[in-house]
Design a protein around this ligand. Structure first.
Ligand SMILES: NC(=O)c1ccc[n+]([C@@H]2O[C@H](COP(=O)([O-])OP(=O)(O)OC[C@H]3O[C@@H](n4cnc5c(N)ncnc54)[C@H](O)[C@@H]3O)[C@@H](O)[C@H]2O)c1
Length: 269
């Protein structure tokens, strides 16, 4: 028995990093996964690897800022797979820049992907999620990837930090609207910190360039960043994926509007 048997799950930004770890874990737990990403070639590779390992997966090119793209993706999933049980809004972009150096265009781009992308996902997946959950004993689930940096302020992070605070509020507003209107969809947020993915590897190099953590050396920056975590290390994408799995599965059936920090203890300090 898998923890997601008979579930159909769409994960955005699943071509690498945390999203890739989520689709791999979901497929191992019995879900039919839709691996979507801006980069269709990477989504295809991840889906093919899952199928080679005995899982069920389809790939889909989806830019989360593209509203007609969302409509096409959801219609395709309903027609080809028979409906949708789980949406993971994982796609996101980072921006390591001071306030002074952040242009309005850059600020808006982060908001477009990280905030509008999640809004569009919730809006366009909700009818399909609710339709499949109606009349069943379980609810559908949306899991949004926010961040510890949507709670804590750090320098050179104005756009990303603001966008991730907004993702937390998108999650709460959707959770309560669905609950109060008897729409069978739970919405929860997962807040990772410093997870070893291409995004963070790039950020560490950019922090080193700016000297954000008092050094311009990449390895010293990586160590300094890890040292800020009470568990004194950077997390793995698989460690985030396990919490997303719980929030997406029926095991969390009495949970909505909640936040799960997967942060090595950062928010407890
Ligand atoms: N890595 C961390 O430490 C960390 C910490 C907190 C939160 N997060 C959040 O977790 C999520 C995944 O992060 P990651 O570290 O795996 O990032 P990543 O950059 O390694 O991977 C992100 C994926 O999203 C895709 N993507 C980017 N823009 C897109 C768009 N417009 N439409 C569709 N796909 C798009 C990219 O192609 C890429 O495959 C993000 O929302 C990120 O903000 C990550």
């Amino acid at each position: 028995m898998g923890r997601l048997d008979n579930k159909i799950a769409l994960v955005t930004g699943a071509g690498q990093g945390i999203g890739e770890a989520i689709v791999e874990l979901f497929a191992r737990e019995g879900a039919h996964v839709v691996v979507s990403d801006l980069d269709l070639a990477r989504a295809n590779e991840v889906a093919a690897q899952i199928v080679r390992s005995g899982g069920r997966a389809a790939a889909c090119g989806l830019d989360v800022t593209d509203e007609p793209g969302w409509q096409r993706a959801i219609a395709w999933i309903q027609a080809e797979l028979g409906g949708l049980d789980i949406l993971v809004n994982n796609a996101g972009v980072a921006l390591v820049k001071s306030i002074e150096d952040t242009s309005l265009a850059q600020f808006r781009n982060v908001m477009r992907v990280n905030v509008e992308g999640v809004f569009l996902g919730i809006k366009h997946a909700a009818p399909a999620l609710a339709a499949r959950a109606k009349g069943r004993a379980t609810t559908a689930a949306i899991v949004n990837l926010a961040s510890v940096l949507g709670v804590q302020g750090i320098p050179d992070n104005i756009a990303y930090g603001t966008s991730k605070a907004a993702v937390r509020q998108l999650s709460r507003c959707a959770a309560i609207e669905f609950a109060e209107r008897d729409t069978p969809i739970r919405v929860n947020a997962v807040l990772p910190a410093v997870t070893d993915t291409p995004m963070v590897r790039r950020e560490i190099e950019e922090w080193a360039e700016l000297g954000t953590f008092g050094t311009r050396d990449v390895e010293t920056t990586r160590a300094a960043f890890g040292a800020r975590v009470p568990l004194k290390r950077i997390g793995s994408a698989a460690e985030i994926a396990y919490t997303v799995l719980f929030a997406a599965s029926d095991e969390s059936s009495f949970t909505t509007g909640a936040e799960y920090a997967v942060d090595g203890g950062r928010l407890a300090v």
